[in-house]
Design a protein around this ligand. Structure first.
Ligand code: NAP
Length: 463
């Protein structure tokens, strides 16, 4: 029998998840010197690109242009796309183990962390994940209803996701009108009564997770003031700002300068608060009315950084809706290793590990590998590292335990036998074209299909 990875017998790889990390893994495999490889990329949605399509905010189109790189990978004749195929539902991991030499999980983190405070389950309390999916027309979230008839919204956490949802709530919706925002979301934002977004950071400006461009963007929003309390824009010794990187210093300088500007005169406000933690969401008639905050102080965390502790001083802010944006977490896939504590797939250098030992032929990339951190580009280097492990294992003969049907037809035959309505890359290109022309008719970049039924129906219409 020929060795996998050669012209006689290409290495066969299944990548589960067509988001950035999955595409970067495919790209690294295609570029591996001397390797003959075939890559099948699966996604549970008919559409590729993961968070680049369903996560990146509609007013950040430049970031979305990264999909041109993924497109190039997808068009490579060694790559196939199997859209609308869900691992655990349409195919089982055992099916893949017998059809591929290596399987790569690029499934991201599709759920979110909770704050675990009283009132979190009241009406009007959501995760930012849901809100992001809603305005981006993600099929999982398109039906969600967000009541924007209130004047105050609280956003918890000050990472870049919190910045995105805050900006979308506080900006003039006309700024979004030409983007690929879902039409129902644009309409809802046009009718929104929200005037103030309270953005709540539990630590100080030196510890903030947002990027400098994101905070500077707030300062440039038309019709909206960024309001920061000067007494909260301070940095103590435990923050070790002197050893911080240039980005952190830049963010602090911006915040301290901006804090001197006061209330401003615009109708809408982003009230960015530091060193406060929500301790209770207070409701009336089952719906949120306000949020009780505790003031924090920062203490040395013993690791060169600062952690927060409550000081027993409380205040209440009005809020008719609260979006928690305190981090994502993974969802377990039947038959695939999962660490419930960390919320991702346990691994060593990208090799999936169970009971302390690597599982032959199974790998992980992206947020499913390291947790929900980093910008889109961070995934490229990270996927390259996993592919290095894959190539080392190939060289050492550490592949899937059992025999593998590596024929081109193996996967399509299985999917056909299960009656799965697979969407190919060529079909996605058709959807892409339709979305762009639907958008053009409204002066938008694209008008997305937001349900799987709509997508498959559009594809069965003769061209
Ligand atoms: P993140 O960057 O990890 O931020 C999470 C935020 O939640 C932090 O401010 C954190 O505070 C806070 N937090 C955690 N637990 C909390 C609690 N119990 N109470 C109050 N606050 C709490 O996560 P993210 O915003 O979800 O973003 C995920 C990744 O995607 C990040 O790497 C981000 O940069 C990236 N992203 C980038 C963009 C962009 O480039 N425009 C857009 C969206 C997302 P502490 O710091 O105190 O832990």
């Amino acid at each position: 029998m020929s060795t996998p990875g050669t012209t006689d017998r290409p290495l066969t790889v299944a990548i589960i998840g067509a988001g950035p990390s999955g595409f970067y893994a495919a790209e690294a495999l295609l570029k591996a010197p001397g390797l003959t490889v075939r890559v099948d990329i699966y996604d549970r949605l008919p559409t590729p690109f993961g968070l680049a399509r369903g996560g990146v905010a509609p007013d950040h189109q430049k970031i979305k242009s990264v999909t041109a790189v993924y497109e190039k990978v997808a068009m490579d004749p060694r790559v196939r796309f199997f859209g609308n195929v869900m691992l655990g539902r349409d195919v089982k991991i055992e099916d893949l183990r017998t059809r591929y030499d290596q399987v790569v999980y690029a499934v991201g983190c599709e759920s979110d962390r909770k704050m675990s405070i009283p009132g979190e389950d009241l009406g009007g309390s959501y995760s930012a994940t849901e809100f992001v999916g809603w305005y981006n027309g993600h099929p999982d979230h398109r039906h969600k209803k967000f009541d924007l008839s209130c004047e105050n919204v609280a956003v918890v956490g000050i990472g870049n996701v919190a910045m995105d949802v805050t900006r979308l709530l506080a900006c003039d919706p006309e700024r979004l009108a030409k983007t690929d925002i879902a039409d129902y979301a644009l309409e809802a934002l046009r009718k929104s009564k929200v005037k103030t977004v309270w953005l709540l950071g539990r630590r100080g400006p030196a510890e903030a997770a947002y990027s400098p461009v994101e905070i500077e963007e707030f300062g440039k929003l038309e019709g909206c003031d960024l309001v920061i309390k000067p007494e909260e824009a301070v940095v103590g010794a435990v923050s070790h700002l002197e050893t911080a990187d240039a980005n952190d210093k830049k963010k602090v300088a911006y915040v301290q300068e901006h804090a001197t500007k006061g209330e401003g005169k615009q109708a809408r406000k982003i009230r960015l608060r530091y060193c406060v933690s929500p301790v209770e969401i207070v409701g009336e008639g089952g719906k949120i009315k306000s949020v009780k905050l505790e003031k924090n102080k920062l203490i040395d965390d013993g690791k060169g950084g600062a952690k927060c502790v409550g000081v027993g001083e409380f205040e209440t802010i009005p809020a008719g809706m609260i979006l928690r944006s305190v981090g994502y977490r993974g969802i377990p896939i039947p038959g695939v290793a999962f660490d419930d504590k960390s919320g991702h797939i346990p691994n060593k250098d990208g090799r999936v590990v169970t009971g302390g030992a690597p599982l032959p032929g199974e790998y992980v990339v992206g947020w499913a590998k390291r947790g929900p951190s980093g910008l889109i580009g961070t995934n490229r280097a990270d996927s390259v590292l996993t592919v290095q492990s894959m190539l080392e294992d190939l060289k050492a003969g550490r592949l899937s335990a059992g025999p593998v049907d590596a024929s081109l037809e193996a996967a399509p035959k299985l999917l056909a036998s299960r009656g799965v309505n697979v969407v190919s890359y060529a079909q996605w290109k058709k959807l892409d074209e339709l979305e762009r022309s639907r958008g053009a008719a409204k002066g938008k970049i694209r008008e997305k299909f937001t349900s799987i039924e709509e997508m498959t129906a559009a594809l069965s219409v003769p061209a």
